[in-house]
Structures are given as structure tokens and as C-alpha cells.
Design a binder for this molecule. Sequence first.
Ligand SMILES: [Zn+2]
Length: 387
Amino acid sequence: MKKLFWFFGVVLVLYLVGINTLPSYVESKRNPVKTAGPYKVSAEAQAIYDRLDFISDLHCDALLWGRDLTKRGTRGHVDFPRMREAHVGLEMFTIVSKSPSGQNMKRNTADTFDNITPLTIAKGEGPWNWFSLVNRAVSQSEDLADFVAEEGEKAIFIKSKADLEKLIEARKSDKEVIGAMLGIEGGHALEGKIENLDVVYNAGVRMIGPTHFFDNEFGGSAHGENGEGLTDFGKAAVKRMNELGIFVDLAHSSPAIVDDVLNLSSAPVIVSHTGIRAVLDSPRNLSDEQINKITAKGGIIGIAFFDMAVGEPELPNIIASIKHVRDLVGIEYVALGSDYDGSVAVPFDITGLPLIVEGLINAGFTEEEIRAVMGENVKRFFLENLK
Ligand SMILES: [Zn+2]
């Protein structure tokens, strides 16, 4: 009896130490910044940056790490205070529910050990989240809702066109008001149940990427094994997503899924965080043919900031990727899709966004084009397509 008492006592102490130290340790290792702020740019770049009234980013995984996003963090890349410092109006927070150990860009299976399980336990989440992907997704949604609620009038959880219009109106008199949208990386979070689309929709999710790093019930991942297109489940899910008003995010999808979704979806698609093959030939990046097809259907492409998407050094390649999309299909289809806090090393955190403006100026972009890339395209896309 005494031994048992000691055993559970030690387990409890280890657990309590773990939930206080492990997630922050893991995050600081997984989401480094190559150059710490504050970031300096030319007076011209800063002046243009300061005139931008709607900056938006299509992808970050900040919800994963158990950080209080209402506080300015000393690690990671994004939180509400840093969004305000950077004058960002809208950020898409995405939910990662499962990540295979040994995760890589080329080939992953669904049945290797899941890295998110120990992280979920170490974050002190309830046992109901330990092994249920949909519960993990709902829990991260509730975290975002709580953070937004804590901010009172200063933050809006964007779930509809009306919410976005409210945000735009509020920012006319108060640039401190920020908007947060919610997405999911990988349809495995639905656990193969179409009715879970309604569950995550009701939790605020408005964008889902069919696959993440491994093949799942929707079909093949860009980094999976089978390379397949949408399964029957995947097709039914896309139709239901169209009905509900959840955007399809084609980042991480197999080329076959990209084609299937473009044939099937009645709504334009998002590629929330990607690179392009013309700049870096990687399985996760879009070919010119794909860029043409996606944008011909009104889609929008967010360029990611990390080396595995754009190549090194990052900043010149981020700019080259934006420029390539502009030259190929037009400025109105390209946006920022950082992948901040997505287990990636980035050149700068969100407060370094003026560096993008400086890069665009140096590449010959006009102020109007810079405004489009930095946020106006995303604003227009959601005003036109959010229900
Ligand atoms: Zn991703």
C-alpha cells in the first residue's frame, strides 16, 4: 500500500513538473526564430507598412503549444500582442491533431508513433483528449474562443462574412481590434465521421486541409504513401464542407486530391501555406499548372516563410515565390501563409513582417501590389466567399 502510494506520488510530481515545463521546452526547440526582433527596415518600407490597414496571414499553428495567446510570448512566433505590434488584422489559427514521429516531406505512414499524444498529455489536457483527434480539435477551438473572449471588444472570432465586416468597421477607428479564424490541418481530425464536420463547424472551424503529413480517410497526402485522390468519404466531406461554408485548404494534399477538389468543390479553395516548384522543387510545393488551375477557380495562395517551403535563405525566396505567382497569374491571387508556430524555423516572428514589405519594394512591387499581398487579397477573398 505504502509502495503504491509512493509510486502514484512520484508519477503525480513528474506529471505536474511536466505540464509546467515540457510544452514550453518542446515549443522553444520546435519553433525557433533565426533572427530575434526588433526588426529594422528602411524608412520607405516602414512608411508603406504603416499605411497598410489590413494585414493578414493564412496559417499559423500557435494553438498547438499550450501558450496563452493573450500574453506576449517569449517563444514561438505569434500571439495577440505581437499581432497588434505588427498591425495584423486577421490571422488563421490552424489545429494540428496528429503528427507522425520522424515526420518528413517525402513519405510518412499513419501508424508511426503520434507526437501530439505526449504533448497533449503534457499540456495537462483531460484524458478525453489524449487519444481522440476530434476532441483535441474541439479543445483547441475552445482555447481560441476563450482567448478571444478574454479580449472583450479587442478581438473577434471570425466565423461569417458579417463578423469580418464587423472587424473591418471596428479597425477603422481602432487598429487594436484583431480577427482570428480557425482551420484544421488534416481531415483525420474528423475520425472518419462526416457528422464531425458539423461538430467542428459549430466550434468555429471554417477551413480544413483534407490531409496533413500522412494518408487518411480523405485520401492521399503530398507526403504520404498512396498518392491517391479523394476517397468516397473525402468527396462526401468536400460536398458537406461546401454546404456548411468550410473552405478546402489544399496545402499538404496529393496532386490527385488537388485535381479532385478543383473538379468537385463549388467554392474557391485556399492553399494556406505553400511554396512553389519554380522556386523550390519539393513535394509540398505547387507546380505552375496547379497554380493556374487553382486561381482559375478563384483560389488564393498563401506563401509560407520557412526553408522547407521556399528554400534558403528564406526572405529572398519568399519574395521570389510571391513574384512568381504574380507574374504567372496576377497579384490578386497571392497572400501571406507564414506557417508560424508550425514546428518550423522562420527568419523572423510576426513582428518582422515589415521585412517582407522591404523585400517586395526591392523586387519592384508597387504600393498597391504590396497592399494586395500583405492582406487586401485575403480580405477580399473572405468578403466574397465567407457565408
Ligand atoms: Zn502545414
